[in-house]
Design a protein around this ligand. Sequence first.
Ligand SMILES: Cc1ncc(COP(=O)(O)O)c(C=O)c1O
Length: 442
Amino acid sequence: MLRFYRIPVLLFGAKRLSRSFELFEKAKRLFPGGVNSPIRAAVKPYPFYVKEAQGAILRDVDGNEYIDYVLGYGPLILGHKHPEVLKAVEEQLERGWLYGTPHEMEIALAEKIVSHLPSVDMVRFVNSGTEATMTAIRLARGYTKRNKIIKFDGCYHGAHDSVLVKAGSAVSHYGLPGSAGVPEALSKLTLVVPYNDPATLEKVAKENKDGLAAIIVEPVMGNAGVILPEKDFLKALRQVADETGALLIFDEVITGYRLGLSGAQGYFGVMPDLTTLGKIVGGGFPVGVIGGKREIMEYLTPTGPVFNAGTFNAHPVTMAAGLATVKELERGYVYEVANKAAERVAKAIEQELVSRFGGVVNRIASMFQWFPKVDEVKNYSDAQKADKQLAVKLHEELLKRGVFIAPSMFEAWFTSAAHSDDVVEKTIEAISEVARVLKNDA
Ligand SMILES: Cc1ncc(COP(=O)(O)O)c(C=O)c1O
């Protein structure tokens, strides 16, 4: 069992980070920007390198500790190194870790998912959220025999060509409109409309009715900060999909198992045709899931003509970790602890930061974000008006005090079952200290 000790705040201020610095210098020669996913390079002046993690705490190679609100960008709802997940993974490793043929664990996890998600009869396991949305879109195109898709401004669905158009997350953080290298002919098939604007959606969908294969949405936006659907917005999506014959895809890579066992579809009572999952359902190991109605899912190979395959699909270790995680979630306490922690921290942000600098905190369950200096954020263009620099400053100042939040306003704060009262109290102390520092600087 790891034992963590508390590092005095001054040490964080003084940044005892010499080993991280050395490692990053090496990494810059080996990886573009020194990293393997762009947002990691947004931690300035260089990222801290993690040696080990336990519960809500990350510990770096220089011995500093951080309370973690990034949680691997969402997957670790149980916190780091949960004993039940560790046990399941160790037991699986004892039995071998790659078979190239089916195994029981994939059935057990699929049965759980099908029992929890009301719209899902069947699933296909892949290895990332990116693969899941790529396959879901291909499936929708193959099933409807149409090519166009509608996505929403600022929603992020992974790093593949069809969805790198006005995407959130690191694409927004680095101010990119999309990505170089995506053929224009393909981008043209992706129509972008504002979130929470059913009238524009209806207009665009109807104008493109004959060619529209799918409407894909993050039911709660989690890659442009956190943006909630207004009342009946998701219902309007369902209706427009029905009227145009397009498939409705809920990208629940973040919301799946975070808003509850039944995800956003259960939370809001709106059923998509296809669902994508990732993050939590792999228990911290690489995962993606495409799920949906039997009739549509059977269009996938080998029963149907829409191709999908993967050496690592339904990887035994991922299945073991995912199953252990989902079983733990069924016990209920995780949502209680994580949601309460999020509520308390969000309230502290309102008291300490919104009161001084203005802005709004958008929260649902255990995910939230502060948008400084704007009154409301209902879509991506509202989010753009917030003070992004102040949000980054908050990240920097909190990091010095041993609290790790994402280095971008276009991400979310996440809490976990490990965010107990004492962890939350330390966080709140850090927030009030930072609020005073930022006010003095302003
Ligand atoms: C909503 C959503 N969809 C898809 C993805 C892509 O998932 P992955 O990073 O596992 O490829 C992400 C990643 O953050 C996401 O938030």
